[in-house]
Design a protein around this ligand. Structure first.
Ligand code: G6P
Length: 610
């Protein structure tokens, strides 16, 4: 989604803005721009495409200043062209960058037009620029003008506003899209993500929903939506400084795949006893709330939704309580039924996904017993607004295709199912001890799965010319097959679909021929014989099978079957282990096809609009 950077300093800041935008590149965008105040004017530069294009333009037409705002745009209203790229102006006085969607932009636009404002873009953001300029005329300060304007806006925004005649202040506002302030020595920065500012500061302060703030080089004045002063301190960030470097790897995605043993170790760290999961890892009130929970509702989007689906298999089989799972964008718009003592869980790597956040806010009105979020970003909206939070500690994930964020979510969810089973005594103690020792083995088993990389790379060659692919799994491997298909389509642009293997005969079998690769996730479990029959159905119709299986699954490489052996030491952790070869497969296929692995077309890392 859109990225925002702002700065106000005694030194020239254009390079800082560009560096910040580059660190936000992973979020996905189609154009970039910046504006600074220089010689009493607002100077602006915008380009379609990568930040590198903007940087090149800056070399040709140097602009610099001590105050400025910058933006990477992911188009919602209006094509991704230079005209629609931010910052947007009103009367060369006000400049605005914005992340989000203004839902009532059409009536506002008509009103502003009738008051003499001319529009030069197709964006919803330009409405904000004119609205603020209009309100400024009857306000003592830009801060008050922005506060008044926000009361007229419907929708979501994270915004930074600059005024030509006030080159010592920026005004920021947020509602539904994140904004963080960063403090340097005698200078101040703003961004939509802390990562953008790690090169210049580690002191951060988040803006809360509906707040508006005036930012000068040394001070911040925050107002609540009602205009009252809010006191808040800057805090030291714990994010690693090198999070934005690829190290020895060609792509962030590969770096992040190989970081999984370490990330999972971090997820587990300090949260397991010898023979149990420490229930307080989910929050101080978790022992009481988990014991009371009689059902669970999980909501999420994208990859996080697949983690939720695996959790359903775990929770229902280990804890014997109902677990409903739903995509957030559906949940938020339908009438749902909440049963007593139901726990609401959101899963999100970013903690800012607009649909997930909206679903949480609705859930809070619906009478759930409590809310828990499984999240990777401390201080994110979901973490702040949930009653309990379990931080997955995956570390910053830059590749748009989620990898280590997913396996750490799964690890946290298996710990949650185990903690629930402990508190409800639905599994014998010996089984809990067994799961805990499997959890502790995870980093070793993942390392083993990673050692298949070379063989998977060779296998990937066979997908180069393909346009379609099917993924099959059964039981808790069905969501893993869905995740495998999502990874392949996201980064290689091959059309991929996943089916629960038992569904083959109800439709997808019609697609099978020699051009249709079929990837099967086949650990040795109680469904393996059924899965083998499904594989035979594919083979009999000339389909080419690519199977990831345990040695104990006893599937032989044969005409039409290629096997890669993986091993998971128990069926509980098998979904986590079998995710890894599917990540590697989609990575290598994408590299062979020459796509933009870390920033696939049209996608964004953190989807802060509907
Ligand atoms: C985007 C990302 C996906 C992610 C999904 C949900 O589509 O590209 O990788 O799974 O959002 O994001 P969340 O941050 O809520 O997990």
């Amino acid at each position: 989604m859109c990225g925002i950077v702002g700065a106000i300093a005694q030194r020239d800041i254009a390079e800082i803005l560009i560096e910040g935008l580059k660190r936000l590149e992973y979020r996905g965008y189609d154009s970039a721009g910046l504006a600074v105040i220089s010689d009493d004017k607002i100077a602006r530069l915008r380009r379609v495409g990568k930040v590198a294009e903007l940087q090149k333009a800056m070399a040709d037409e140097p602009i610099d200043g001590k105050i400025g705002i910058a933006h990477t745009r992911w188009a919602t209203h209006g094509e991704p062209n230079e005209k629609n790229a931010h910052p947007h102006f009103s009367n060369d006085e006000i400049a605005v960058v914005h992340n989000g969607i203004i839902e009532n932009y059409e009536p506002l636009r008509e009103e502003l037009k009738s008051q003499g404002y001319t529009f030069s873009t197709d964006t919803d953001t330009e409405v904000m620029a004119h609205l603020i300029e209009r309100e400024r005329k009857s306000s003592d300060s830009l801060l008050q003008a922005v506060l008044k304007a926000t009361h007229l806006l419907e929708g979501a925004y994270g915004t930074v506003v600059m005024e030509r005649s006030q080159p010592e202040k920026l005004v920021v506002a947020r509602s539904g899209s994140p904004l963080v302030l960063g403090k340097g020595i005698g200078e101040m920065f703003i961004a939509s993500d802390q990562l953008a500012l790690l090169a210049v500061t580690r002191q951060f302060m988040f803006l809360e929903e509906g707040e508006v703030a005036e930012v000068s080089r040394r001070d911040v004045t925050i107002l609540s939506p009602d205009g009252d002063i809010v006191e808040r301190e800057f805090e030291e960030s714990t994010i690693q400084h090198d999070a934005g470097d690829k190290g020895q790897f060609r792509h962030f995605m590969m770096k992040e795949i190989f970081e999984q043993p370490t990330s999972i170790n971090n997820t587990l760290e300090g949260r397991l006893n010898n023979n149990s999961v420490i229930t307080e890892s989910f929050g101080n009130r978790a022992p009481e709330l988990l014991a009371k929970a009689e059902s669970v509702q999980i909501i999420a989007c994208g990859t996080s939704f697949h983690a939720a689906m695996v959790a359903k298999y775990w929770i229902e089989s280990m804890v014997s309580i109902p677990c409903n799972v739903e995509i957030a964008s559906e949940y938020r718009y339908r009438k749902t039924v909440v049963v007593p003592n139901s726990l609401f869980i959101s899963i999100s790597q970013s903690g800012e996904t607009a649909d997930t956040l909206a679903a949480l806010r609705i859930a809070k009105q619906q009478g759930f017993m409590a809310s828990l979020t499984i999240c990777n970003v401390p201080g994110s909206s979901l973490v702040r607004e949930s009653d309990m939070a379990f931080m997955t500690r995956a570390g910053t994930e830059i590749g748009v295709a989620s990898t280590k964020a997913f396996t750490t979510q799964l690890t946290g969810l298996l710990m949650l199912a185990t903690a629930l089973a402990q508190s409800k005594k639905t599994l014998p103690e010996s089984e809990i001890t067994n799961i805990v020792s499997q959890l502790k083995r995870l980093p070793i088993d993942i390392n083993e799965a990673l050692s298949m990389d070379k063989r998977i790379e060779e296998m990937a060659e066979e997908f180069n010319e393909k346009e379609h692919c099917l993924f099959l799994g059964r039981g808790e491997q069905y969501p893993i097959a869905m995740e495998g298909a999502l990874k392949l389509k996201e980064i290689s642009y091959i059309h991929a679909e996943a089916y629960a293997a038992g569904e083959l005969k109800h439709g997808p079998l019609a697609l099978i021929d020699q051009d249709m690769p079929v990837v099967v996730v086949a650990p040795n479990n109680e469904l393996i014989e059924k899965l083998k029959s499904n594989m035979e159905e594919v083979r009999a119709r000339g389909g080419q099978l690519y199977v990831f299986a345990d040695k104990e699954s006893e599937i032989a490489e044969n005409n039409g079957i290629k096997i890669i052996h993986c091993s998971a030491s128990s069926h509980y952790i098998a979904p986590i282990i079998f995710t890894v070869p599917l990540q590697l497969l989609s990575y290598h296929v994408a590299v062979i096809r020459g796509t933009d692995v870390d920033q696939p077309r049209n996608l964004a890392k953190s989807v802060t609009v509907e």
